[in-house]
Design a protein around this ligand. Structure first.
Ligand code: ADP
Ligand code: MG
Length: 723
């Protein structure tokens, strides 16, 4: 008797650990070797072409045809020298994964053929856009969308393919991807932040947002994964009784990493470093079989491309080690989920981190300006930030007593919290005539903040010394979405700040007094969003309600704000989304939500009917045979009463499961005929999803009753503890 589970268990026990060898001893000898970076550009391009392209990248000006032609030719020469035969435009459609369409360099002709790659092929490609989500922007008959080169993110080679990072837009110019709106938001932030930074330092000409992404994930043996259709179809275990041992001993976090996992991590690091992804840390996470990796922070557009690339890479490298990476936010109920902390700050072309407290009071005024504007922005648009992290899988995490709640709040740490309180109650007024009086009213900000900034892990948005950390992002998400919103709202806030300060300056106010006056006002206005306590507690939910903060627990409703008038205005004013685009995105997100629930509901039905109930009945039949036998040889009831009890219990659970799956399918049918995407998503959430937990409860009871050798699905203890 060998069901798939036992075959899989057998496979795990006989695994070999593949040998991992770095291409050189020193990382610097192979770092970025598969990237057409600045160094290679310099080597393969003429001096003029190199300067022209660098200039275009730094200032974001369009690249002219002639230069594109030269860059294409250089890229081709470099790629072919590295063994590449194909090229592709690499982009991030709204499916949440990355996409590519490979074309060969080779072009046959009468006398054989040559390798070709034109400036035009570099700049633009036309993948058939009809099968990517577009939220009704394009009907399928006009299936033309195109990808356009993003020169600010360097091309790279994977296998034998040259990959060119691109944006993906519809023929009518609307964004169909994550990158296009992100670039627009970054541009908005750059302009707004430079304008404000110039109050302090005229030499500041550019502000880049920077981002360091911590990526959490689970590893599971590939054979076990393949024996669980729920895992490979939905990314999470729809059933499974909690393992007797799980994370209660807290013995996994920062524990020693198992040998097989170390090999995977080393292999991953080598591949990532070759692609110029500066992976730096690796460690165990809270849950068994949960890990984290994080690169050093980079310019935000690049950091996001790198995170998307890293996720692809993790998947590929894991295969070589017979692992599967689970990016789902909550693959195992009852066990900690996974997130993707987004560490964000703003850095000037002069190398100054605008969120790092300075040495002098004057520097601190600059810090306070950007710090307080960020807080004010999050306060003003907390619902948009909440919407930007909403997804069907992240709903399992947010507010589930282990991840930040669905209430957006900001943690500052006691030192900075005190500083803001002091300013709020200080006597700074626009009537202050003497600047010296002002400085005595600006509290001292310690340059090195005590480590308490990182202790509060329950906050969705925390200040951690010289950056803000958005912790509510889901592990499977593309960070571009929340980062587009964050940069956009801070840009908008800085624009408003400048208007207010300029107004005071016009009235003849001294600059520093004007700045401080508006800062003080913002501190007052945004006070409700600051929270230093335990974000997981019930008291906080009550307190937040009193403060008027929203607590929207599920995605379909959290997304409403995307099409609210205030958001439309913000999107259109900053040019990040047209009304058509934001409405299309809203639609896509809702579709994604109910489609994923639809798949989960179907998988649940199939597994119950074809796998779980048959296993339960087979065991029950065995018990019945046993009871009959005992009776036949003349033994009394006391010898088979336990079996009768089991037989009855199995019937109870089977009946419950059977009826509830039936009822769930009926609800699904009703939901499926709803036209409106929002109503459909809500029906799936409230009417269909509500069956999941009760069905699961009874399936998990069966798992505990039935003969272990008959249970068909790998159990939690096996998924989580077999190394
Ligand atoms: P943890 O939050 O787990 O303590 P670290 O302090 O090591 O982790 O940092 C997490 C991430 O934040 C890393 O990717 C790091 O490079 C990044 N980071 C550090 N400083 C900044 C900054 N100024 N802007 C953006 N990211 C930063
Ligand atoms: Mg962190």
């Amino acid at each position: 008797m060998s069901n798939l589970r036992f075959q899989a268990l057998n496979a795990v026990l006989t695994r070999n650990i593949p040998e991992v060898k770095p291409p050189a001893v020193k990382v610097s000898d192979y770092y970025s070797s598969n990237v057409f970076d600045k160094k290679k550009m310099k080597e393969f391009l003429s001096k003029e072409a190199f300067e022209s392209i660098s200039n275009s990248i730094n200032l974001g000006v369009p690249i002219d045809r002639e230069i594109a032609e030269q860059v294409a030719s250089a890229m081709k020469a470099w790629a072919i020298s590295k063994g590449a035969t194909h090229y592709t435009h690499w982009f991030q459609p709204l499916t949440g994964t990355t996409a590519e369409k490979h074309d060969s360099f080779f072009e046959p002709s009468g006398d054989g053929g040559i390798e070709k790659f034109s400036g035009e092929a570099l700049a633009q490609q036309e993948p058939d856009a009809s099968s990517f989500p577009n939220g009704g922007i394009r009907s399928t008959f006009e299936a033309r969308g195109y990808t356009a080169w993003d020169p600010s993110s360097p091309a790279f080679i994977i296998g034998s393919t040259l990959c060119i990072p691109t944006v993906f837009v519809s023929y009518t110019g609307e964004a169909l991807d994550y990158k296009a709106p992100l670039l627009k938001a970054l541009n908005a932030l750059d302009k707004a932040a430079v304008a404000v930074a110039q109050y302090f330092d005229k030499s500041i000409e550019k502000v880049n947002a920077s981002l360091g992404i911590e990526q959490e994930y689970f590893l599971v043996d590939l054979a076990l994964y393949n024996a669980r259709p729920d895992l490979y179809l939905t990314g999470r275990a729809l059933f499974g009784h909690m393992s007797a041992k799980n994370q209660q001993l807290e013995d996994h976090y920062f524990g020693s990493i198992p040998e097989r996992v170390i090999a995977f991590m080393q292999d991953l690091e080598i591949e990532a470093l070759k692609l110029g992804i500066p992976l730096k840390t690796r460690h165990n996470e809270v849950a068994p079989s949960q890990f984290e990796c994080a690169p050093i922070y980079e310019e935000i557009n690049l950091a996001i491309d790198h995170n998307q690339l890293l996720m692809d890479l993790m998947d590929k490298v894991a295969r070589r080690h017979n692992f599967k990476v689970l990016f789902h936010e909550k693959p195992y109920a009852g066990i900690n989920g996974s997130g993707k902390h987004n560490n964000w700050s703003m850095i000037t072309n002069t190398g100054r981190n605008l969120l790092a407290p300075g040495k002098t009071p004057k520097n601190n005024l600059m810090f306070l300006t950007f710090f307080v504007n960020t807080i004010r922005a999050v306060y003003e648009y907390s619902d948009l930030l909440r919407a930007s992290i909403a997804s069907v899988s992240n709903d399992h995490r947010l507010g589930a007593n282990e991840a930040p709640p669905a209430i957006i709040s900001i943690f500052l740490g006691s030192q900075l919290n005190d500083v803001l309180d002091e300013i709020e109650t200080s006597r700074v007024t626009s009537k202050m005539k003497q600047e010296s009086a002002l400085w005595t009213n600006i509290p001292k900000i310690p340059q090195i903040l005590l480590d308490n900034t990182d202790r509060n892990r329950t906050s969705p948005f925390a200040f951690t010394g010289n950056k803000f950390e958005l912790r509510a992002v889901g592990s499977s998400a593309n960070s571009a979405n929340p980062m587009t919103i964050l940069n956009l709202i801070v840009a908008d806030q800085l624009n408003k700040f400048k208007v207010e300060v300029d107004k005071l300056l016009k009235k003849g106010e001294k600059k520093d007094v004007a700045l401080m006056t508006v800062i003080k006002k913002y501190i007052k206005e945004s006070k409700a969003i600051r929270f230093e306590g335990n974000g997981y507690s019930d008291e906080w939910a009550q307190e937040a309600e009193k403060r008027g903060l929203s607590n929207i627990k599920t995605t379909p409703k959290a997304l409403d704000v995307l099409v609210a008038e205030k958001s439309e205005k913000l999107f259109e004013e900053t040019g990040v989304y047209s009304k058509r685009e934001s409405h299309a995105r809203h639609e896509i997100l809702l579709e994604n939500y109910y489609k994923k629930l639809q798949i989960e509901a179907r998988v649940m039905g199939e597994l119950v009917n074809n796998v779980i109930i048959p296993a339960a009945i087979a065991y029950q039949t065995e018990l019945i045979t046993n009871v009959k036998g005992l009776k036949e040889i003349g033994l009394g009831e006391e010898t088979y009463s336990a079996q009768i009890d089991l037989i009855k219990k199995i019937s109870t659970h089977v009946n419950f499961i059977k009826t509830n799956v039936h009822d769930m399918i009926e609800e699904r049918k009703k939901a499926n005929v709803i036209e409106d995407a929002r109503e459909k998503a809500i029906a799936y959430d409230e009417k269909v999803k509500s069956y999941f937990d009760p069905i699961r409860y009874h399936v998990d009871k069966l798992e505990q009753l039935i003969d272990d050798t008959r249970w068909p699905l790998p159990k939690f203890r096996e998924l989580l503890f077999l190394k």
